[in-house]
Design a protein around this ligand. Structure first.
Ligand code: NDP
Length: 328
């Protein structure tokens, strides 16, 4: 029998307005960067996404190059859309991106109009979608005029291939220039996707202020530092962890200094009746400029564990001070 989403899926999730737009996003979103390639089992992928949707997660984030191999996460997602989510397209916000190397030759990377427009055409075919809800420029391109890249995003919206546009990995100054160009074109930037977690706080140095000023939402990626901010590595490196599986998180990234911090965070999380992962996610959500936190998961249980962060979003000043002391 086909998947039937839970009837209570909208009862517990919190939905936040994305910047000054009309779009509401769930407090947590799920990304398909890892665990959705051809090397992963389709059934587990389905279980992760249906568990997310059953619990009110309406936003799935992709990019042209997610896999491995690049493109396969979008192809697998296309299958899952057809087989499980057919009939639910209008309840979902689906994003994709282009900006990193995707195909051979001079037109398959960075930020030209040629690359962005063709890449989204390819993504739509792989995902079997008529349009994406959000299309991002994945990283700034120092060699293409910003006007050209933004004109490509504007064109894509006017062609009906994306409803909204976003930027990822742009520093505050670059983002501000891009916001101004997009606004002038009549295609305001909906959302910015930066790396942000307890271990990676660069956005606090100006980007979040800029997002607030320009009415742009924020969707932090790798909020659990790829699994480091969980209890997963407290007693060594488990065989089924990302640190063993691929090179994006290396065993050498699991330093004794980081693990010491995670242990101290764990003590605090236990007092709050949370797991470290739940505390790390709630800690991001304390800032009202954060629209939705973009988690990854290798198992459906991790999605459930992470969603339970919503049970305790409040931090005392004392707790926040202790966290800052631990993070140093
Ligand atoms: P996270 O920091 O949430 O890391 C996810 C990993 O943490 C999981 O694969 C799992 O590791 C572990 N984990 C997750 N939940 C739990 C839990 N509750 N308990 C224990 N362990 C847990 O995010 P990602 O790094 O996966 O990034 C999330 C998304 O952000 C991506 O899918 C993508 O959409 C986006 N992204 C965007 C980038 C950009 O440049 N714009 C770059 C990178 C990511 P394990 O696999 O070991 O079980």
């Amino acid at each position: 029998m086909n998947y039937q989403p839970s009837k209570t899926r909208y009862e517990k999730m919190i939905y936040n307005r994305c910047g000054k737009s009309g779009v509401l996003l769930p407090a947590l979103s799920v990304g398909l960067w890892q665990n959705f390639g051809d090397v992963d089992t389709l059934q587990n992928q389905k279980n992760i996404l249906t568990t997310a949707f059953d619990n009110g997660i309406t936003h799935f984030d992709l990019a042209n190059n997610y896999g491995p191999p690049p493109g396969s996460a979008e192809t697998n997602f296309g299958k899952i859309m057809m087989e499980e989510f057919n009939g639910y397209r209008d309840e979902l916000i689906i994003s994709s991106k282009a900006g990193y190397a995707m195909w051979d030759g001079p037109y398959g990377d960075w930020g030209s109009k040629k690359y962005l427009v063709s890449s989204l055409d390819q993504s739509l075919k792989r995902m079997k979608l008529a349009y994406v809800d959000i299309f991002y420029h994945h990283r700034p391109d120092p060699n293409t005029p910003l006007e050209e890249t933004m004109a490509a995003l504007d064109l894509i919206v006017r062609q009906g291939k994306a409803l909204y546009v976003g930027l990822s990995n742009y520093k505050a100054e670059e983002a501000i220039k891009a916001f101004a160009i997009l606004k002038q074109m009549g295609t305001p930037c909906l959302i910015h996707q930066p790396k942000y977690s307890m271990f990676e706080r660069w956005v606090e140095g100006g980007l979040l202020d800029a997002l607030e000023e320009y009415g742009v939402g924020c969707i932090p990626f790798s909020p659990l530092a790829q699994g480091l901010l969980t209890n997963k590595y407290l007693n060594g490196i488990p065989g089924d962890s990302r640190a063993v599986r691929n090179f994006f998180l290396k065993e050498t990234d699991i330093t004794s200094e980081k693990i010491e911090k995670v242990k101290q965070l764990n003590e605090l999380a236990l007092v709050r009746n949370q797991t470290i992962a739940q505390m790390a996610l709630a800690w991001l959500m304390k800032d009202k400029r954060i629209t939705t936190v973009l988690i990854g998961a290798s198992k459906p249980e991790q999605v459930l564990n992470s969603i339970a962060c919503l049970d305790n979003l409040h931090f005392t000043e004392d707790e926040l001070g202790k966290i800052n002391d631990i993070l140093g």
